[in-house]
Write a protein that binds this ligand. Structure first.
Ligand SMILES: [Mg+2]
Length: 164
């Protein structure tokens, strides 16, 4: 058993570079996907084309659900509408409540569910607490490309090192 802050899979890739067959090989059927930083930069409103293409391709293989901590329903519902995916906003990760609601709604065995996100202390911790698989991805910048220096992740890794 790994620690609560340890991702099941640290992809070191932006979401759109993750190979779908690799996720399938893990036995995963359902993907809970974080929004800000994972699909789109927190400050931008346009979803990068590479992300859109990846999402629409992955719909052929997986049930998708967006789970965002962002309190703006306006922002998250617009992104969800563009991608045609169900969503939860203000999800309060790493609290379990909303994530567990989604897990129940999906009717998918927890061993076949993964959460994908760019943060350890929200996405990875909530996934581990809910006993689902966790995939850490690189945070997207405003240009839609992975940012080079992710200070949040740097701090999270530093803290993780000391609490392990
Ligand atoms: Mg995020």
């Amino acid at each position: 058993m790994g620690s609560i802050v340890e991702p099941y899979w640290d992809s070191k890739l932006p979401i759109y570079e993750i190979t779908l067959s690799k996720i399938q090989k893990e036995g995963i059927d359902c993907l809970l996907i974080d929004v800000d930083g994972t699909l789109i930069n927190r400050k931008s409103t346009r979803i990068p084309k590479a992300v859109k293409d990846w999402i629409f391709e992955s719909k052929k293989f997986f049930s998708l659900y967006l789970i965002s901590n962002n309190p703006s329903e306006k922002r998250i519902s617009k992104i969800a509408k563009d991608l045609e995916i169900r969503y939860k906003f203000n999800a309060l990760k790493p609290r379990k409540k909303v994530t567990l609601e989604v897990i129940n709604e999906l009717k998918c065995d927890s061993k076949n569910i993964a959460i994908i996100g760019d943060r350890i202390f929200t996405d990875i911790v909530v996934g581990n607490r809910c006993n689902i698989k966790t995939i850490l991805v690189k945070r997207l910048g405003q240009d839609g490309l992975p940012i080079k220096l992710n200070l949040t992740l740097f701090m999270e890794n530093l803290i993780t090192f000391f609490i392990k």
